[in-house]
Design a protein around this ligand. Structure first.
Ligand SMILES: Nc1ncnc2c1ncn2[C@@H]1O[C@H](COP(=O)(O)OP(=O)(O)O)[C@@H](O)[C@H]1O
Ligand SMILES: [Mg+2]
Length: 240
């Protein structure tokens, strides 16, 4: 198959340079990220691995603009997000980023369909047929009117996936999206994530400590003590 775009000649969609994050407590300073450099080409599926406490969630939160960096820079789809004022940042976040959390984070008083619709509605791009299509794709066409409490953990995470893809953001960040699921449901959620990712051409950055799940990624970056200690590409066919 001929691709009309070679990802390596396009600017990376995520560029992280010399990124640090330190937190001052009342008694001492904790250096959580100590200088991270990462470039992610458009469309890549990256797994972020590493032991608990190595800084994975902190990195994802900074990429999502949910917290301030201590130093360094983050450019998302051509926009430098470090130092942006909150209102501008909220706009960039809404347009560029979808986020899937370990703990689903559905709104309990809204149905599955309403949960999927909400972020898009807030962005002014609510599209009920897209919401229904996404729920259909994650296998929940017959659960649209159900409330989160009426859904299993795997089903709730599938609703959260549909919601994350709703605004059609170019970057999807997922922090241990299968962490609360058994291995069967975890595999199913991962497969859906990959399918949606491929179909929508999304760039996917997923934190996981599950090697089997990470094996599906195009690239595996391992953090330890706030530093990248390995960065390896999966064996993929090289274009002729
Ligand atoms: N608000 C905070 N105050 C103090 N320490 C923190 C704070 N947030 C995270 N940390 C510490 O930073 C380190 C990295 O945390 P985190 O990014 O959550 O790691 P991971 O997701 O890899 O398990 C941990 O040692 C954690 O205790
Ligand atoms: Mg974490």
């Amino acid at each position: 198959m001929i691709k009309d775009e070679a990802p390596h000649i396009l600017p990376a969609i995520i560029v992280v340079r010399s990124l640090t994050k330190s937190i001052a407590t009342s008694t001492h300073r904790v250096d959580i990220l100590k200088g991270i450099d990462i470039e992610v080409p458009r469309g890549q599926f990256v797994a972020i691995m590493g032991p608990s406490g190595s800084g994975k969630s902190t990195l994802l939160g900074l990429l999502a603009g949910l917290d301030d960096v201590s130093s360094g820079s983050i450019v998302l789809d051509g926009v430098e997000i470090t130092g942006l004022k909150e209102d501008r940042l909220a706009l960039v976040r809404g347009r560029k980023i979808g986020f899937v959390f370990q703990s689903y984070q559905l709104i309990p008083t809204l149905t599955a369909e309403e949960n999927v619709m909400l972020p898009a509605e807030l962005m002014g791009v609510g599209d009920l047929s897209r919401a229904r299509d996404l729920l259909d794709r994650v296998g929940l066409a017959d659960r649209r009117e159900h409330y989160p409490v009426q859904l299993s953990g795997g089903e709730q995470q599938r609703v959260a996936l549909a919601r994350a893809f709703m605004v059609n953001a170019p970057i999807l960040l997922a922090d241990e999206p299968t962490g609360n699921l058994d291995s069967v449901n975890g595999q199913a959620v991962l497969q859906l994530l990959i399918q949606l990712n491929r179909r929508e051409g999304t760039t996917l950055v997923m934190v996981t400590h599950d090697r089997e799940l990470a094996a599906h990624a195009d690239r595996r970056i391992t953090l330890r003590d706030g530093l990248v200690v390995s960065d390896e590409l999966a064996n993929v066919e090289q274009p002729a």
